[in-house]
Design a binder for this molecule. Structure first.
Ligand code: GN1
Ligand code: MG
Length: 377
């Protein structure tokens, strides 16, 4: 059996047959792999004579999302809500383009998915005239990325969290990731690897950091809201001609959570100029200037729904979500690369080192980060 977490050979005739089961609105003229997703398989579908990119076809990883129909249920609830809000858009959108990718129905039954054996497929609208970046292009993009996340949150800030299912239990619950890490580690015999020892020591020194957000949630200081779950830099679509963000994509993880997970995830990815796939992890650092611009962009649309407690927990969230992703990569390395797609053995270990180096850089600049958060209001 092939491991669904690993990239599989692309069988384009088979992909085309699947794409044809969706009502895409024209004849398919091409299919190609799209993006760098670590979990799902993603393809771009072109339509018609002009081979215009029209849809994003995705095979959802059902080992990760074990109830994919609920994922689509959340996506439809989210899209309907935003469509209603966009009838009277927030004034910050005046003169700007803002899009929510449409969900294509299946020809056979109108549902927003297709099962093909044990594979779950869906097709979403492609955001035209925009691109995503693996790493920040220039500082102007930082403000736009922050604006995009703020607008995304703003448009769903009045969507009751009870309307969304928890489609990925434990997602961004850092204490759960630590428990899993401890279990995996407990099953290993000695390894005698200095690099790994370094990483294990890094985790040991930060155990007290792990529960900060969950404690604030449990005490009622922070409340759950609808979130994106994965607003890393390459999920922000930018119109590079106008230098404007126009959409957030990759909506699998829209579900109840803390906006802090999103803020932390967005900052840890956008303010790491070398990117999360950096070859030389030692050179990785957190750019506070970019963080300042990003948070100003976020604050320009989010100030209407953020509370004092929300602001207070932002610095901890930036540190925590970087650390958490490092811990997730490290755990996956120790478990034998079963969750994130990898290109070689050791890939997840290197990714963990990148996130840990970033965490360290965040810690070293704590005073500057606190000042930037204080200035975003
Ligand atoms: C995964 O597959 P992708 O790249 O959209 C992961 C995120 C991580 C990200 C790191 C469901 O997202 O949580 O932050 O990799 N998604 C899931 O690149 O685990
Ligand atoms: Mg994702």
């Amino acid at each position: 059996m092939t491991d669904p977490a690993q990239p599989r050979g692309d069988d384009f005739p088979a992909l085309r047959a699947i794409a044809e089961r969706f009502e895409l609105g024209g004849p398919i003229s091409g299919i190609e792999p799209l993006g760098q997703g670590n979990v799902n398989d993603t393809y771009l579908v072109r339509l018609g004579d002009t081979a215009r990119p029209a849809a994003v076809l995705q095979r959802v990883n059902t080992q990760v999302f074990t109830r994919p129909e609920l994922v689509m249920g959340n996506l439809v609830t989210f899209s309907d809500h935003v469509a209603r809000r966009m009838r009277e858009p927030p004034r910050e959108l005046a003169g700007r383009r803002w899009e929510v990718p449409r969900v294509f129905p299946a020809r056979e039954d109108g549902r927003p998915w297709v099962w093909e054996g044990s594979n779950f497929w869906r097709a979403l609208g492609y955001v035209q005239g925009a691109q995503s970046l693996e790493r920040i292009g220039h500082s102007g993009h930082a403000r736009e990325i922050g604006f995009a996340l703020g607008m995304f949150h703003r448009l769903i800030s009045d969507l009751p969290v009870e309307h969304l299912a928890d489609t990925l239990e434990g997602f961004h619950i850092t204490p759960s990731y630590l428990r899993h890490f401890d279990q995996v580690l407990g099953q290993l015999s000695s390894h005698g690897d200095a690099e790994l020892d370094d990483c294990l020591a890094f985790v040991e020194q930060r155990r007290s950091l792990v529960p900060v957000l969950e404690q604030a949630k449990a005490s009622g200081e922070l409340r759950q809201r609808p979130i994106h779950g994965d607003p890393k830099i390459n999920n922000v679509m930018l119109d590079l001609q106008a230098d404007r963000a126009v959409a957030l994509v990759d909506l699998d993880t829209v579900k109840p959570g803390l906006v802090h997970y999103d803020i932390g995830d967005c900052l840890r990815s956008a303010c790491n100029p070398l990117g999360e796939e950096a070859d030389d992890w030692r050179a990785v650092h957190f750019d506070v200037g970019l963080c300042d611009l990003l948070l100003k962009g976020y604050g320009s649309v989010a100030s209407s729904f953020l509370t004092d407690a929300d602001y207070r927990h932002i610095p901890a969230a930036i540190r925590l979500i970087s650390f958490e992703l490092g811990l997730r990569f490290l755990t996956d390395h120790l478990a034998g690369d079963v969750y994130f797609k990898t290109r070689h053995r050791g890939h997840n270990l290197r990714r963990a080192r990148v996130q840990f180096k970033l965490t360290q850089s965040i810690e070293e600049q704590d005073a500057a980060i606190q000042a930037v958060v204080a200035a975003m209001r």
